[in-house]
Design a protein around this ligand. Structure first.
Ligand SMILES: Nc1nc2c(c(=O)[nH]1)N[C@H]1C(S)=C(S)[C@@H](COP(=O)(O)OP(=O)(O)OC[C@H]3O[C@@H](n4cnc5c(=O)[nH]c(N)nc54)[C@H](O)[C@@H]3O)O[C@H]1N2
Ligand SMILES: Nc1nc2c(c(=O)[nH]1)N[C@H]1C(S)=C(S)[C@@H](COP(=O)(O)OP(=O)(O)OC[C@H]3O[C@@H](n4cnc5c(=O)[nH]c(N)nc54)[C@H](O)[C@@H]3O)O[C@H]1N2
Ligand code: SF4
Ligand SMILES: [Mo]
Length: 863
């Protein structure tokens, strides 16, 4: 059977995927030979084939809502950018890109903006993601170098996960860690204010006060110093700044809220573990003190020489599949290409000569938050957004929408026409997506892998590199943008990195510039450095930092003062990810399997807060900040601390009436990196005064009309949750409008309970059903959903027949196993995996199953 090797388009683990095109369509499995996953895939990776549908795809360029030819659309784009540049200069144009673009796409866009349009107003969603790490690395190492590798996780004695929910966000790496723990007793510490699924593997969970990581690591540094754990040989030879950093750490009297006992345990464990890896992610980066948090972590590794040796070192796990590739091509507003510096005249002229570029930008451009503010103020007049959905994912999201809508020229390249961002733009360009396009990505441990296209282009969609190159040619730079294939782009990128290597920089893959088309087609996963003196080696184990004196720098850092709590906005809203959705859900929400795990935008709220606020489980909470409002389903849980609720970042206007949490989040940024704080918005919470609740299923896409609604895909159709604060009548008419039907429903009305239940049939088969109730609707969701397209005479009872267990909310997405099924098996003393199948496929739900079983044991012990 013919299989194509490619790479998963979701997270930065960068798992290898084997794509097979058979008579029943495309199927996927993990690539056993890929060094990132050795055959494993998580729930999202396993469901990739289901996302390859034509549903919702943009097939043709659109200008002002009308389909046009590529020729018309690209002329508009090229002419628009050219005249804007001529009239208003390089400060008036901007690109906003994404760590999900392939390296070749990114390279061409960056060259076009920085070398030819002459502006560095090119920033990316990596500003929301990795910018603090980039800034921290550059301060400490003199370059944005990730010294760690995945093998370090296999070989460590202690792995500290800081602000990382690895179990849900990098599931295959998490499983690798769990395997290492089983094999060699690796200790695991999780530093997160929330008790996440990742904590199920932890020997110690440090639920610190949100934002206080610098205090934690300053405390650790002071302890290591006071107790003789500084590696003076390493520091003497390779590190500067020890005394100042230690002095600052000693002066840091801010608190983490952790017990003295937990802190002492952490310090002792760190000190006695020879091999320590610190994995860090958004709990560190997305913070107004994010860069300092990064350096507080790096300081501890530098002081103890625990860096660049097997099983040792800081490892920033990247979120997006090509966050690292974006950094390699210099896609951020303050970087040049190939890890070179925009502000260094030698670097600039070297790149300018290589590109034969007329006008290399000589000063940093605007970073994401400032960029959209400049669009809104009219300073930027032509904006091109590619492969990202900022109206849902940027702070100040409503202002971002307004900025795009009012911009003189707004262009969006996406696979889908109905994203929150595409809906605001004048020109929308259809882009090829995963499995359709060719190029390379670099994962968290510097491994470059190929993505390969095998599926035919839908409509006239084109690859991003090709679209950017054609605009470059139409703007008059024919020679510089004459690429015929991604292989040509890659060769140029690799050759340019050779200049960087010769200038003493870390990123040098110039040996790959000689790849011919066949070599590029066959390129196997390759970890850099692949060229020059460091070929195949590690970074920093023997010094060799990229600073002027070659020494790594310890940076004195202080914990920022917590902003005074505002009486009107007493809660600190933490946001992040769930296991089975990818960002703004444009692809992952296409699959019923992934939509079952958590089907609504929700708010995790501590029981004490719930009592104070008068909110019960399954109520709707109204969450408000000075910028906006969201309506979220309440999930009462002591996984979060009092005063520190959590909401997922994923829901957009496409999937919920008011689930876009970024509409609440202010644009406060880290002063060094410009990365916004997405984990600490000040909000007020109150009960949404619902007087009715609804639940519906439908074969056609429903258009609900209610203050609160959230829709999700189920097999063969859609499910919708609803609530309203105004009593309504004529449910039959409303339901018909919502489902787009003209027929009359079967109706059951219970005047005592106030419940209304309606079902629409087509040709005798269930087409849609709506259940309305004055309180949260108590029907078996999975049962009702399963009746779509069936004869379903008893659908309005909302219950499965006697003797059949309601499976409950889905825990195992792959096999669709519900919580009640798992609990019943465990209570009967059976092996859950063997008897229900739960956890037997991708294993992403194993932490949740383990927690369920552990919960039962605790309850049994207490009884
Ligand atoms: N399922 C899934 N996986 C993904 C993604 C996805 O959308 N869905 N996106 C990918 C991307 S782009 C990224 S960047 C990564 C992100 O991966 P992670 O960083 O692991 O994900 P988050 O959920 O954003 O945040 C991690 C944790 O930070 C904690 N946190 C909040 N404030 C603080 C703090 O002050 N200190 C500490 N120590 N912790 C804090 C939160 O409680 C949260 O549990 O995930 C990648 N993987
Ligand atoms: N509140 C809150 N907000 C956050 C975060 C958080 O933790 N909390 N995390 C932030 C982080 S770390 C990140 S990385 C961002 C992610 O936020 P976004 O980048 O906005 O999220 P995505 O949904 O991944 O957007 C990718 C878009 O590109 C489209 N697309 C997919 N493939 C292609 C392609 O090949 N070409 C083109 N042209 N388009 C394509 C998709 O349909 C989708 O619309 O969100 C940030 N926002
Ligand atoms: S861990 Fe999952 S989402 Fe991440 S690359 Fe692997 S399969 Fe894809
Ligand atoms: Mo990210």
């Amino acid at each position: 059977m013919n299989e194509t090797r490619t790479t998963c388009p979701y997270c930065g683990v960068g798992c290898g995927v084997l794509l097979r095109q058979g008579p029943e369509g495309v199927s996927v499995r993990g690539d056993p030979d890929h060094p990132a996953n050795f055959g494993r895939l998580c729930s999202k990776g396993s469901a990739l084939a289901e996302t390859l549908t034509s549903e919702g795809r943009l097939l043709q360029p659109r200008v002002d809502g009308a389909d046009v030819s590529w020729d018309v659309a690209l002329s508009r784009v090229a002419d628009g950018f050219r005249t804007t540049l001529e009239r208003h200069g390089p400060g008036s144009v901007a690109f906003y890109l994404s760590g999900q673009l392939l390296t070749e796409d990114y390279y061409v866009a960056n060259k076009l903006m920085k070398g030819f349009m002459g502006s560095a107003n090119i920033d990316t969603n990596s500003r929301l993601c990795m910018a603090s790490t980039v800034a921290g690395h550059r301060r400490a190492f003199g370059s944005d170098t990730v010294p760690g590798t995945y093998e370090d996780l296999d070989e460590a004695d202690l792995v500290v996960l800081v602000g990382s929910n690895l179990a849900w966000c990098h599931p295959v790496l998490f499983q690798r860690l769990v395997a290492a723990k089983a094999a060699r007793g690796t200790k695991v510490v999780v530093v997160d204010p929330r008790r996440t699924a990742t904590c199920d593997a932890a020997d110690l969970h440090l639920a610190l006060r949100g934002g206080s990581d610098t205090s934690l690591f300053n405390g650790l540094l002071a302890y290591l110093h006071a107790n003789g754990h500084v590696d003076h040989t390493y520091v003497g030879a390779h590190v500067s700044g020890l005394d100042a950093a230690v002095a600052m750490a000693q002066r840091d009297l801010s608190t983490t809220g952790l017990s003295a006992e937990d802190l002492a345990g952490f310090h002792a464990l760190w000190a006695r573990s020879e091999r320590v890896v610190t994995v860090f992610s958004q709990g560190v980066n997305q913070s107004t003190g994010g860069t300092d948090k990064v350096n507080a972590i790096l300081n501890c590794h530098l002081a103890t020489g625990r860096i660049g040796r097997p099983g040792c070192g800081p490892l920033s796990v990247t979120g997006q599949p090509n966050a690292m590739g974006g950094r390699e091509v210099g896609g951020l507003a303050n970087m040049l290409a190939a890890h070179l510096d925009l502000e260094d005249p030698v670097h600039r002229s070297a790149v300018g000569r290589f590109w034969d570029a007329p006008a290399v930008a000589d000063r940093p451009g605007l970073k994401a938050i400032d960029m959209f503010r400049a669009v809104r103020s009219g300073q930027i007049k032509a904006l091109w957004i590619a492969c990202t959905n900022p109206v849902a994912s940027m702070p100040e999201a409503d202002l971002v929408a307004e900025a795009i809508r009012t911009c003189d020229l707004s262009v969006v390249s996406d696979m889908y026409a109905t994203t929150d961002t595409a809906r605001c733009a004048q020109i929308v360009l259809p882009a090829l997506g995963w499995a359709e396009k060719d190029g390379t990505v670099t994962n968290s441990d510097r491994t470059i892998s190929r993505q390969r296209g095998v599926v035919a282009a839908p409509g006239s969609a084109r690859a991003d590199w090709d679209i950017f190159a054609e605009v470059g040619r139409r703007m008059g730079w024919r020679e510089a943008f004459s690429y015929a294939s991604p292989a040509e782009v890659f060769r140029e990128h690799a050759a340019l990195s050779g200049i960087a290597g010769r200038l003493g920089r870390d990123f040098d893959i110039s040996d790959l510039s000689g790849l011919d088309d066949r070599g590029y087609a066959a390129l196997a996963p390759t970890r850099w450095p692949v060229s020059g003196a460091r070929q195949g080696g590690r970074f920093f184990g023997a010094g060799g930092f990229f600073t002027p004196d070659g020494r790594g720098r310890m940076i004195p850092v202080a914990t920022p003062e917590e902003t005074a709590s505002q009486p009107r906005y007493p809660f600190r809203l933490n946001t992040g990810r769930i296991r089975d959705q990818w960002h703004t859900m444009t692809r992952s929400a296409l699959t019923p399997r992934l939509s079952r795990h958590l089907a609504e935008p929700f708010l995790e709220l501590h029981p004490a807060d719930a009592v104070t606020l008068g909110l019960r489980a399954a109520d709707i909470a109204q969450v408000q900040s000075p910028l906006g409002r969201a309506l979220l389903r309440v999930l009462v849980t002591d996984r979060v601390a009092p005063g520190a609720p959590f909401a997922p970042m994923h829901w957009t206007a496409e999937f919920a009436s008011a689930g876009r949490v970024d509409a609440l989040i202010p644009g406060a940024v880290d002063p060094v990196s410009g990365q916004p704080d997405l984990k600490a918005a000040r909000v007020a919470i109150s009960p949404f005064p619902a007087v009715w609740y609804g639940f519906a299923v439908s074969r056609s896409k429903p258009a609900p009309d209610a203050a609160y609604w959230a829709r999700s895909r189920i097999a063969g159709g859609w499910a919708v949750e609803m609530a309203g604060d105004v009593a309504l009548v004529d449910w039959a008419g409303r339901a018909a409008a919502m489902f787009g039907l003209t027929t009359s429903p079967q109706t059951v009305t219970d005047r005592v309970s106030g419940q209304v239940r309606l079902a629409f049939f087509e040709d005798g088969l269930l087409h849609a059903a709506l259940f309305v109730s004055p309180g949260p609707v108590a029907v078996e969701r999975a049962h009702v959903a399963g009746l779509l397209g069936q004869i379903a005479p008893d659908v309005l009872s909302g219950r499965s027949g006697a003797g059949r267990l309601d499976p409950g909310p889905v825990v195992c997405s792959c096999l669709g196993v519900g919580r009640n099924t798992i609990v019943a098996a465990a209570e009967a003393g059976m092996d859950v995996e063997a008897c229900t199948g739960a956890g037997s496929n991708c294993g992403s739900c194993k932490p949740e199953i383990a927690a369920l079983i552990a919960g039962l044991a605790v309850r049994a012990a207490a009884e």
